[in-house]
Write a protein that binds this ligand. Structure first.
Ligand SMILES: C[S@@+](CC[C@H](N)C(=O)[O-])C[C@H]1O[C@@H](n2cnc3c(N)ncnc32)[C@H](O)[C@@H]1O
Length: 248
């Protein structure tokens, strides 16, 4: 765990949080990824105890509440995101527990407790992927499900000029990198798909699905001028990947 990077990222997220309130929450998994409605990775969550890792403004937990989950738990590093989440979830039917914490540490969550742990576009912020996976494994009941989405590790390695694509960074190079698109300094983590898969397997998860498909929505077509997520590039490389696995 890298405390300096975590502190830097916390400051950064507190500054930018409001730009991300409600961005790509469930049933979305991330930019140009198929929706949960199509993928059906979660199934029926009625009466499930669910935990959202990097819950942000709480919109995915709200989705869980609308689907009759019995308990809504969330962890996030950012005070501002959690303040927003508390507001988003103020009228929830299910009880809500929010923890201001890095996902790398257990802030006092119960073991063998959750039916579902999920994370929408947050896992690549962890400074210790193996510890984060071990934590998730601990929180889940045996047979419990872990689903997460994140930017596909190939996506940032390829630059686009008009409709030409060039590989500028090696896929083999893993570890921290500067998040350049914000004014606030922030550090993200690069891992290969095989690293995600192998760490999950080492931790005791059974992989059920790995999704690299794209789905271009009408909103994506409207937003196609977005510098980072372009449709031409998405047609070459998936912007998002999703993994579903099970605690065995
Ligand atoms: C792109 S947002 C996604 C938020 C939410 N999952 C959603 O879909 O709306 C990433 C979130 O990860 C949180 N985050 C960043 N680093 C974290 C860490 N090490 N531990 C826990 N949360 C972290 C940020 O504060 C932010 O709320």
């Amino acid at each position: 765990m890298d405390i300096n990077n975590l502190m830097r990222n916390k400051k950064s997220w507190d500054e930018v949080a409001s730009r991300f309130f409600g961005r790509n929450p469930l049933p979305e998994y991330g930019p140009m990824a198929p929706l949960e409605d199509e993928l059906n990775l979660l199934g029926n969550v009625t009466n499930w105890k669910v935990l959202d890792i990097g819950c942000g403004s709480g919109h995915s937990l709200k989705y869980m509440d609308e689907r009759q989950a019995s308990e809504l738990w969330g962890i996030d590093l950012s005070t501002k995101q959690l303040e927003a989440a508390a507001k988003t979830l103020s009228n929830s039917h299910a009880p809500v527990q929010l923890f201001e914490s890095a996902m790398e540490v257990n802030p006092g969550l119960p073991n063998n407790y959750f039916d579902l742990v999920y994370s929408i576009y947050a896992i690549g912020w962890t400074t210790d992927l193996q510890k984060t996976f071990r934590n998730v494994h601990q929180y889940l009941k045996p047979g419990g499900i872990f689903v997460f989405s994140w930017e596909h590790p190939f996506y940032r390695l390829v630059s686009q000029k008009d409709n030409h694509f060039a590989m500028k960074i090696s896929y083999h190079q893993e570890g921290p990198y500067d998040h350049i698109s914000w004014q606030q300094p922030a550090i993200m983590q690069q891992y290969k798909i095989s690293t995600y898969v192998n760490y999950l397997v080492e931790t005791g998860f059974q992989i059920e699905r790995l999704i690299e498909d794209i789905a271009i929505s009408p909103e994506d077509l409207k937003r196609q001028e977005n510098r980072w997520y372009s449709i031409a590039k998405a047609n070459m490389i998936p912007p998002t990947f999703i993994i579903k696995c099970k605690k065995i």
